[in-house]
Design a protein around this ligand. Structure first.
Ligand SMILES: COc1ccc(Cl)c(-c2nnc3c(C)nc4ccc(C(=O)NCC(C)C)cc4n23)c1
Ligand SMILES: [Mg+2]
Ligand SMILES: [Zn+2]
Length: 344
């Protein structure tokens, strides 16, 4: 099927002024989820502009506007894996490029940074609110296409992104030389595939070693490990925000997980505990997720970029609140009340 994006929507986006320029948009404490939904495409355009990508790579504004609207249209209305998630992931990518001076300090070339931002925006396109093991377990079309290589959903997100780039008037990379173009697609592929948490677990040890040895800006292996690490940081960036955001994100994620669990039950298979609304204890699961994944990841980031230490502090604070919630949940669950709005 062919997604259509009306010409007037492109025009409206092009005319958008950032007169709604929000305070602290380029600060780590800013939550992109507070940007009005209808202004999100405009802020994506603003980020590309501000980072100098439009000038540097002679990207036609109409092409970028159409690309952004196609990507937005490519997201479904899942509780968590929707356009707002994509916007917030891209915003964190913008924050890191800007606040860690990734290009200025030579961690990335300008091309790598452009592709990194595009990867963030596209990394979950056409997500259905179900995870990789669901695709394989239920033998979905996507599993038949990609399960032999693994990272089923991520390969689909990549394929959808390529499809949009190949759509008339949407190829924002058309101004690149042919070798820049093939490098861009190679980095886009690695970045999107690296958002599969399973591949993050495989790479996490190497990321740690890379940082202990000292990051070598000219080592292609280090560059690839850094991109993968930064992609996962963006994907999990809700964890670095105020508790209200962290709590809201958890509600959306477990809304998705529990719906998948319900679906699996209706298909006669037993869901894993994290997806079973009868068994899952959200505070416990979140304490584990933060301890085993989020904290090690952002501690690695802070080892490389000391400015990220404030993010580690916020994550630890949020974990403390989940730990308190565990006790609150315990007492309430004895009395049968088991819901998220117990939490402050
Ligand atoms: C980076 O890629 C992804 C893909 C999908 C999701 Cl939902 C997330 C994600 N983003 N925020 C969260 C939070 C707050 N909690 C989570 C709890 C569990 C899991 C999960 O998939 N656990 C199984 C795995 C460890 C084998 C993911 C969670 N998550 C990240
Ligand atoms: Mg994903
Ligand atoms: Zn994501």
């Amino acid at each position: 099927y062919h997604m259509k994006v009306e010409a007037e929507a492109v025009q409206t986006l092009l005319n958008c002024r950032d007169d709604h320029n929000i305070k602290d948009f380029d600060q780590f404490h800013f939550s992109p989820r507070n940007v009005p939904y209808r202004h999100m495409p405009c802020y994506i355009l603003k980020m590309f502009d501000e980072l100098g990508f439009i000038r540097y790579y002679r990207i036609k504004r109409t092409t970028l506007a159409r690309f952004i609207l196609f990507v937005k249209k490519g997201y479904r209305d899942a509780p968590y894996h929707n356009w707002i998630h994509a916007f917030s992931v891209a915003h964190f990518g913008y924050l890191m490029i800007k606040n860690f001076n990734l290009v200025k300090d030579g961690y990335m070339t300008q091309l790598h940074a452009l592709v990194f931002l595009v990867s963030c925006l596209c990394h979950d396109i056409d997500h259905r609110g179900t995870n990789n093991s669901f695709q394989t377990k239920c033998g979905t079309v996507l599993a038949s296409l990609y399960s032999s290589e693994g990272s089923v959903m991520e390969r689909h997100h990549l394929a959808q992104s390529m499809c949009i780039l190949n759509t008339d008037g949407c190829n924002i990379f058309e101004g690149l030389t042919s070798e820049e173009y093939s490098e861009a697609l190679d980095i886009l592929r690695n970045n999107i595939l690296s958002t599969d948490l399973a591949s993050h677990f495989r790479a996490a040890e190497n990321q740690r070693e890379m940082i202990d040895q000292g990051y070598d800006k000219n080592d292609p292996k280090h560059q690839k490990l850094l991109h993968a690490m930064l992609m996962t940081c963006c994907d999990l960036s809700d964890q670095t925000k105020h508790w209200r955001i962290t709590k809201k994100t958890a509600e959306q994620i477990y809304d998705e997980f529990f719906s998948q669990g319900d679906l699996e039950k209706s298909m006669g298979t037993a869901p894993i505990e994290m997806m079973d609304r009868e068994r899952a204890s959200i505070p416990d699961l979140q304490v584990q997720f933060i301890t085993n994944l989020v904290l090690p990841l952002f501690s690695n980031l802070a080892a490389l970029f000391p400015a990220a230490q404030i993010l580690v502090d916020v994550i630890m604070k949020n974990r403390e609140i989940w730990k308190m919630a565990k006790n609150v949940f315990q007492t309430y669950s004895e009395t049968g009340v088991k819901c998220m709005d117990i939490l402050l």
